[in-house]
Design a protein around this ligand. Structure first.
Ligand code: GDP
Ligand code: MG
Length: 439
């Protein structure tokens, strides 16, 4: 959420009913936030209209401020727009199932081909054949072959002189002989949509009759992605979209527009260059991301399932009363480790992007051990009341833990920031328990 939107929310806090004026103010900011996030303006217009209709005159839920209430409506509408979660991949009646990857150059087709193959084998115990149909650049075939080697999977190629349509046809024959149950065809892209490219893709489609045509779209390209999706869908009638590079700092508004414009589901999200960085696309998370709220709900849920209920309650009490100490912190670190990589957790927190100190190097896993050492070098009193920390205490702790005074300082600072953040989170969690707050 943009800072301005935040402050608008604050302004209309504490009212009993959402007034027309509130909604007007809110939707103006929401509109800007969405446009900023690259959501197509037509989509925004329709959305704002629906939001206004829904939000005005609503009773405000006990646990929400009117501002939050409007945002809740916005988020629900956004989630709806993107459809439910649909990460299924077709299974053909007769093996092999054929998946065709299409998209512009650099979108991530080849990488995603490898990722999908990896997923199919790991999750569904399938045995895919990868097919190199991008004959226009020798490097493209090589790239797929390298992926095949990494994955220890067969790659079908006929070099750069063969016709992509023939290659695709022959690949299917080989898959039948070799009992590959999936065939993933990596096709060529262009810098722009052009007739020749579409023609070739249509021919491949006619020849192999794919069960899925996945359009791979680079989320970083914003509004362009929407136009690209529209023309590929018109020409090829795609079955789903894979949105790549969502690990970048794009707001991802394109996701919303793509679904609205093509009415095809976004099935997967590429979250990095590595082969295991492909995830099912979660519309709700995307809605949060577009609104810039961080993935609070997921974070809280994650924390709830991992942290022992009773312990969590005691902890919650402590956080709220701000009596959370380094001893609790130490105990918590065990729990936190169970929740998964800290980086993932942090990236889900609202505003985490702004907290440089937390986000950067200081908090990776290896640092946890250091943090533990620092806390263990503190006296009982220091752990309970970090305020008493002075230069000589810090020096002693640094020496005892094999760290430096500046590392000790950093931990102290992070600890106090974390306390503040935890307090905010606890409040949100409280709200959620109240009455169906959903973000
Ligand atoms: P193609 O031309 O469509 O086949 O695209 P490639 O698969 O060759 O990918 C182009 C570039 O984008 C490569 O450097 C990939 O490593 C990178 N890439 C692909 N998917 C992702 C992703 O989800 N996240 C990030 N950060 N990079 C990606
Ligand atoms: Mg490629």
């Amino acid at each position: 959420l943009s800072d301005r939107l935040q402050s608008t929310i604050k302004k209309i806090t504490g009212k009993g009913k959402v007034s027309e004026q509130d909604v007007k103010e809110m939707t103006r900011e929401v509109r800007l936030a969405l446009l900023e996030a690259d959501v197509n303006f037509k989509v925004v217009k329709d959305l704002i209209k629906r939001i206004k209709e829904r939000a005005v005159g609503q009773e405000v839920m006990e646990s929400l401020t009117p501002g939050q209430q409007v945002i809740k409506v916005v988020k629900e509408e956004l989630t709806d727009l993107m459809g439910g979660e649909q990460s299924k991949i077709a299974v053909a009646d007769k093996s092999p199932t054929v998946i065709m990857m299409v998209g512009l150059q650099g979108a991530g087709k080849t990488t995603t081909t490898g990722k999908l193959a990896n997923l199919l084998r790991k999750k569904h115990n399938r045995n895919p054949l990868l097919v190199a149909c991008d004959v226009y650049r020798p490097a493209a075939i090589k790239q797929l072959e390298t992926l095949g080697t990494q994955l220890n999977m067969p790659v079908f190629s006929m070099g750069t002189d063969a016709n992509p349509v023939d290659i695709a046809g022959k690949a299917i024959e080989q898959a039948k002989e070799e009992h590959n149950d999936y065939v993933i065809i990596d096709t060529a892209g262009r810098l722009h949509v052009d007739h020749e490219l579409m023609n070739e893709l249509q021919q491949i489609k006619t020849t192999v009759r794919p069960d899925e045509i996945f359009l791979v779209v680079d989320a970083m390209t914003g509004q362009d992605a929407v136009n690209v999706a529209e023309s590929f869908n018109e020409q090829l009638d795609i079955s789903g979209v894979v949105l790549t590079k969502l690990d970048g700092d794009t707001r991802g508004g394109a996701a919303l527009s793509i679904k609205a414009v093509t009415d095809k589901p976004i099935k997967f999200a590429g979250m990095g260059e590595k082969l295991d960085q492909l995830e099912a696309f979660h519309p709700e998370r995307m809605a949060s991301r577009i609104l810039g709220m961080g993935d609070v709900l997921t974070l809280i849920e994650k924390a709830q399932t991992t942290v022992d209920e009773k312990q969590a309650k005691a902890l919650e009490e402590k956080m709220r009363s701000m009596s959370f100490t380094f001893d609790d912190f130490l105990e918590q670190m065990g729990q936190v480790k169970k929740m998964g990589p800290l980086e993932d957790l942090l990236s889900m927190m609202p505003g985490a992007g702004k907290m440089k100190g937390l986000k950067n190097a200081q908090i990776d896993e290896s640092q946890l051990t250091k943090v533990e050492a620092i806390i263990q070098s503190m006296t009982k009193k220091e752990r309970q009341e970090p305020e008493i920390m002075n230069a000589s205490r810090k020096k002693r702790i640094a020496k005892g833990s094999g760290t430096t005074v500046s590392q000790v300082n950093r931990l102290l600072k992070q600890f106090s920031e974390m306390k503040k953040m935890m307090k905010q989170m606890t409040n949100m969690q409280k709200g959620k328990k109240g009455k169906g707050m959903k973000f």
